[in-house]
Write a protein that binds this ligand. Structure first.
Ligand SMILES: [Zn+2]
Length: 278
């Protein structure tokens, strides 16, 4: 189900050296799942087992305007990657086991004797996404899109789509550090920027030239077509439940049909393959 993309994972969060508990946990945390937002107290919140010690959530501001877009975030997450669970916490920190592994300088914090650095969002490989409750509602939506893109790049995009996106970000302006300059991070920022334009009302300008392009890939993600295709193809958890909830039409799996059901991806990939071969 989970396949490696060609992008080097920024992957952290796989070890659990130490349990972290912050003393003051007074602010609410939200869970977004199946298009529903559930609110609970930070004191009730426990991280998934494999994240304990790598990530800590702590009390923080969490602006009211930001919280007001939680419903919109739930709709977005449910449309483009309904198998993921999104946690919105006031502050999140990532253990600073290697100062240089992000290739950037960030302020450090001591939490229960371990050194952590504040981060804006995480996309660990367990189906969860963890986001900071930003002060800016627009940033919360685009940060959600960014973190979801990390997950899609690591297992849900066709090789042709990865190639097109990879070629695009390779032409971008040079960025400092292994983190900001990585192909995966650049791809996620590109999708985030594209989503920001849609969120503000940019009209669709897609025209199909017959050759796969970045905007077409992003459009298929944004509209939920990729999600539907991935669910039907059995590339997500909870397939039967999601098929029923989204009202997807399931055809009898005769040879070749399931491939064609994967939305436009396979057709697009084939077209792209032929174009490349030519
Ligand atoms: Zn990122």
């Amino acid at each position: 189900m989970e396949t490696e993309s060609k992008y080097r994972s920024t992957g952290v969060l796989l070890e659990a050296p130490k349990i972290v508990k912050s003393a003051d946990r007074s602010t609410d945390v939200y869970e977004i799942k199946d298009g529903v937002v559930t609110r609970f107290s930070l004191s009730d919140y426990s991280l998934p087992k494999h994240l304990i010690g790598r990530v800590a959530v702590g009390p923080g501001a969490g602006d009211a305007d930001g919280r007001a877009v939680l419903g919109t975030m739930a709709e977005l997450a449910d449309r483009i990657a309904p198998w993921l669970t999104v946690i919105v916490a006031p502050k999140i920190y990532r253990v600073d086991s290697n100062v240089n592994d992000f290739g950037v300088t960030r302020a450090s914090y001591d939490i229960d004797g371990a050194t952590y650095k504040a981060v804006g969002g995480l996309a660990p490989c367990d189906g969860n996404i963890i986001l900071v409750a930003e002060t800016n509602p627009s940033s919360m939506l685009t940060a959600l899109a960014h973190e979801i893109m990390h997950r899609l790049l690591r297992g849900h995009l066709s090789q042709a789509a990865l190639t097109v996106i990879g070629e695009a970000v390779a032409t971008g302006v040079e960025m400092p550090g292994t983190y900001y300059g990585s192909a995966e991070e650049r791809a996620c920022r590109l999708f985030e920027s594209w989503c920001a334009a849609q969120i503000e009302g940019m009209p669709s300008a897609i025209w199909y030239s017959g050759r796969l392009c970045v905007a077409q890939i992003f459009e298929e993600i944004w509209t939920g077509q990729l999600a539907d295709a991935e669910i039907l193809a059995g590339n997500t958890p909870r397939q039967a439940e999601l098929i029923a909830r989204r009202g997807l039409r399931v055809c009898r799996p005769v040879p070749g049909v399931l491939d064609r059901l994967r939305s436009g991806w396979n057709r697009i990939s084939e077209r792209h393959g032929r174009a490349q071969a030519a």
